[in-house]
Write a protein that binds this ligand. Structure first.
Ligand code: GN1
Ligand code: MG
Length: 369
């Protein structure tokens, strides 16, 4: 018997090339953007799981572009793993299940866009990092991901969200939100706004380096949260990186920076006790080692050097995105309580302050590798 009330999911489940009957489905609570379900099917008496995911088309306005990118990237990764003679490849590169008409996603009568992946069994994700070994694994996985995609053939990937990590544009958006103050919330966030504006000198550092040709555009993941890495239950090793919606042209620093943001503090992104939020050097070192080890085949010298700075910039950038969303009435990131976006912003800014205290040591360590 179906144990869930999601009538729409029943319709969705019929659209894809999956054998067997859907038994039940549970919502996954990870992620602020898309809506994700784990669905169990009975295939000849064996229970097999799939992921059904509704793409947030408010955020990803061209779902076809998203799915074209994801299809190209996963196909390329799979080919590389085959050539490298790896085993267990369906747990290492996401597998898209097409619709009956061969499409990579299904659009229903009310315009909802749904896609399906093979579920990766015996693996898990974590909201917070448990050990430097895990940090190393995550960084190695994202570095390898970039490395395997460095020779992706064909045209430039679509920019699924233009200017996604453009800190200058994010800064301007914050200034606009403060000026408009449509929800009359600027007062409550006065000290966060002041902190954000004071950091302006760091806003253009990577954009300028890109303009000067010191750092090149590459294919990057752009959402390298620690909870986007699947770790094997048995070995603790990273299997796959997931959430490929923002795989597109970018700077490697965006990826490394978001790893620093989500992997160096023992706390969750929305920690309320700010005294617990801090950049832990052993985690940073493990990240830098793992990342550089995997990315060294393509990473240029100057590009590598900027890695140390990336954590501060991306933590700051995501912080101002949370702040902007708070000021605009929580229309972008899913929130689970009042002030959630402001709480997230505060934790990011606290981490920025902690990173600043370790900046020199971080740079020295990266340069020593
Ligand atoms: C969003 O997919 P999800 O919810 O993990 C966001 C990221 C932010 C992150 C902050 C498309 O990621 O950019 O860093 O929240 N994704 C998008 O947790 O905006
Ligand atoms: Mg995401």
């Amino acid at each position: 018997m179906m144990t869930y009330k999601e009538e729409r999911l029943l319709d969705v489940s019929k659209q894809f090339q999956i054998y067997g009957e859907i038994q039940h489905a549970e919502p996954c609570k990870i992620g602020h953007i898309n809506e994700t379900y784990t669905a169990t099917y009975n295939q000849g008496g064996v229970l097999v799981r799939y992921i059904h995911q509704r793409i947030n088309t408010g955020v990803f306005q061209k779902p076809q572009d998203v799915m074209d990118n994801v299809a190209r990237v996963t196909r390329h990764l799979r080919q590389k793993l085959v050539v490298a003679d790896e085993d267990d490849i369906t747990r290492k590169a996401l597998v898209i299940i097409p619709t009956h008409s061969g499409k990579s996603y299904y659009r229903n009568h009310s315009g909802e866009c749904w896609r399906t992946f093979v579920f990766i069994e015996n693996a898990q994700t974590f909201e917070t990092v448990q050990s430097p070994e895990q940090a190393y694994e995550a960084a190695f996985a994202f570095g390898r991901f970039q490395c395997l995609l460095a020779d992706l053939p064909g045209k430039r990937l679509a920019e699924t969200i233009p200017d996604f990590h453009n800190t200058r544009k994010r800064f301007i958006a914050l200034q606009d939100a403060v000026r408009a103050d449509t929800r009359n919330r600027a007062k409550e966030a006065a000290s966060e706004i002041a902190f954000a504006l004071k950091q302006e000198p760091i806003v253009d550092v990577l954009l300028d380096a890109l303009k000067r040709g010191e750092v090149p555009e590459r294919i990057t993941h752009n959402d390298t949260k620690f909870n986007n890495v699947m770790l094997d239950n048995a070995t603790g090793k990273a299997l796959a990186v997931v959430d490929l919606d923002t795989v597109m042209p970018g700077l490697v620093h965006y990826d490394f920076g978001d790893m620093v943001r989500t992997t160096t503090s023992p706390t969750a992104e929305d920690e309320l006790d700010l005294s617990k939020v801090r950049m832990q050097m052993p985690m940073f070192k493990a990240l830098a080692r793992g990342y550089i080890e995997a990315a060294s085949p393509f990473l240029k010298k100057k590009e590598k050097s900027f890695i140390a700075f990336a954590g501060k910039l991306i933590t700051y950038t995501i912080g101002i995105r949370f702040l902007t969303d708070f000021l605009q009435g929580d229309t972008y990131f899913r929130v689970h309580r009042p002030h959630h976006n402001l709480d997230r912003c505060r934790a990011q800014f606290k981490l920025v302050e902690s990173i600043v205290k370790h900046e020199d040591a971080m740079q020295k360590y990266v340069d020593s590798l």
